[in-house]
Design a binder for this molecule. Sequence first.
Ligand SMILES: [Fe+2]
Length: 245
Amino acid sequence: MDRRNFLRTSAGAAAGLTVMSALDASSAKATPPRLLIDDVLSQKYPFTLPALGYADNAVEPAVDAQTMSIHHDKHHAAYVTNLNKALETQTALQGKTLRELLTGLATLPDGARNAVRNNGGGHANHAMFWTVLAPNGAKAPSGTLAAAIMRDFGSVAACTAALKAAGLAQFGSGWTWLVRDGGGKLTVRGSANQDTPITDGGKPIVGVDVWEHAYYLKYQNRRTDYLDAVLGALNWDTAASAYGA
Ligand SMILES: [Fe+2]
């Protein structure tokens, strides 16, 4: 068994996986899938890299297989490794879930705060990205999420345009987000580095990585082309599950 299949198999068995795959896409419409992001936010030390849940080439042409492989197996894995290193000696923090760590950043010891912010954020943010890139989902929002988008943006096109604009406006490395606040209102925002809306109490509905490692192999400096492609490949079923009722 190669490493990827091992990861997929072991994580799937352990977590009772998660993101919709080609095989369960039809049944998932009746029973919303558990989301990778929810599994990851429930993890405690030692944190583990979740399986992507689909093939490296499943999101082509928007995301090429090589970028997907390196992004998941190397970049995301490094955030998990470094988060574990940061908590190795922080025994008081080892019983906290990733969600608790990220929402409680301000209360963490000085020796752990930045490492959790960067690496815990990186772990959660990438799990969100894999969630909304899962193949075989709806290509447009429907139901409660669609109604909320119409209410808060006027149209789906205006919502995705705002996501693109926030991604382009993010100087350097960061993310563009569609976030649900406590009252259900949707907003679009950018974040720097691995800062996550979760820390401020927001619920990510869509998160798109705009670090160069997410697109440089295929798109080089053309972040705008990358954003057009990825925003056109979003899985609106998993986004709707993230939004909830
Ligand atoms: Fe990334």
